[in-house]
Design a protein around this ligand. Structure first.
Ligand SMILES: [Mg+2]
Length: 343
């Protein structure tokens, strides 16, 4: 029997191995919520919510307060009817990371009941993906050294956070590019340039002979015109991150021809909208990346299973668990250097 008999929320705290900095400030610790869905037959499905106040305005206090509401919404529902549970939990419009954790826990329980891997449930396209690692916003020398360290560890996709000081950002990227050949580079502004600054920035990179694979969220999330301006004036693919949270955001960006790529994050969209955005993107010939917020290995596992199962992500930015101190590894994938392998 696979009806949901209990739903448990557990608050978890993790320290970052070292402070993680982007254009809006820095973090040293994170609070996530572990979600356990228990079925009548005693199977437990697990999910994780890693709320981001900056991205979605969520806090753990808010999400914990929603526990009775979640029980009211899905208790006694059958995990086999997961699509019905997706439709019900789509009402969690202001708590997308909770929607993600609950929806994944339901799928996890469903797959355990049926004896299949979650990545197989999602489509079973690939059994392996490769993640990047991220260089956060710090003084120039520290950022270059961090990138070299990532390169020496064997990662061949390097993500560089920029957006605080354009001239310093140019120095960092040119230096990293010259010292780490053979890599692919994702440059993430987190919305902190103006459209004109963004175009000036990529033109300077291009004329310096630097080739980047993704220019992520160059301008403010609500500036769709600005994104489009950058897209049509950038030699590099422009990717929406903060601008694309729901399937409706994706539809609008497609209609406006504003970007070349979407960065899908389960914590922004939940499982249901992530899948919808994938299908919209494939239809509109938009390329895809999958990213993370501050998930532990339990939460990153959700994105690894989806990314392997669906198999259509050109870039995987799934490194938050590598930045956190954890007592034990909770994923059902194997991390071998930059590779993430499901079985
Ligand atoms: Mg981003």
């Amino acid at each position: 029997m696979s009806r949901i008999k209990d739903i448990l929320f557990t608050l978890k705290r993790y320290n970052y191995k070292r402070p993680f900095c982007i254009a809006y400030g820095f973090v040293t610790e994170t609070e996530n919520i572990e979600i356990e869905i228990i079925t009548e037959s005693g199977v437990s499905g697990y999910g994780e919510s890693a709320p981001s106040f900056r991205i979605s305005g969520e806090t753990t206090e808010m999400l914990l307060a929603l526990q009775p509401k979640i029980r009211e919404m899905i208790l006694n529902k059958d995990v086999k009817n997961y699509r019905l549970i997706f439709d019900i939990t789509d009402r969690l419009i202001s708590s997308p990371s909770l929607k993600a954790g609950v929806q994944f826990a339901v799928i996890d329980a469903f797959c355990k009941e049926g004896g299949i891997g979650v990545w197989e449930f999602f489509g079973g396209v690939k059994d392996e993906i490769e993640t990047d690692r991220t260089v956060s916003v710090r003084p120039v020398e520290e950022r270059i050294n961090e990138a070299l360290e990532i390169y020496r560890e064997g990662f061949r996709v390097i993500k560089i956070k920029v957006g605080e000081n354009l001239e310093e950002d140019l120095v960092v990227i040119c230096e990293v590019y010259s010292k780490t050949r053979g890599c692919r580079y994702i440059v993430d502004v987190n919305g902190n340039y103006t459209p004109k600054e963004a175009v000036y920035f990529v033109k300077r990179l291009y004329s310096s002979g630097v080739d980047i694979s993704v220019f992520e969220q160059p301008v403010n999330r609500y500036d769709i015109e600005g994104l489009k301006y950058v897209r049509f004036n950038s030699p590099f693919p422009v990717c929406a991150d903060e601008s694309v949270k729901t399937r409706y955001d994706a539809l609008r960006l497609i209609k406006e021809e504003a970007v070349d790529m979407f960065n899908i994050k389960l914590m922004k969209s939940g499982i249901s909208d992530a899948i919808a955005i994938v299908e919209l993107a494939k239809t509109a010939n938009i390329r895809l990346m999958i990213g993370c917020v501050s998930e532990s290995s339990l939460g990153i596992n959700q994105s690894v299973q989806l990314a392997c199962g669906i198999g259509c992500f050109d870039f995987c930015d799934l490194d938050s668990h590598l930045m956190l101190e954890e007592d034990s590894f909770r994923g059902t994938f194997k991390q071998v250097g930059s590779k993430m392998i499901v079985e």
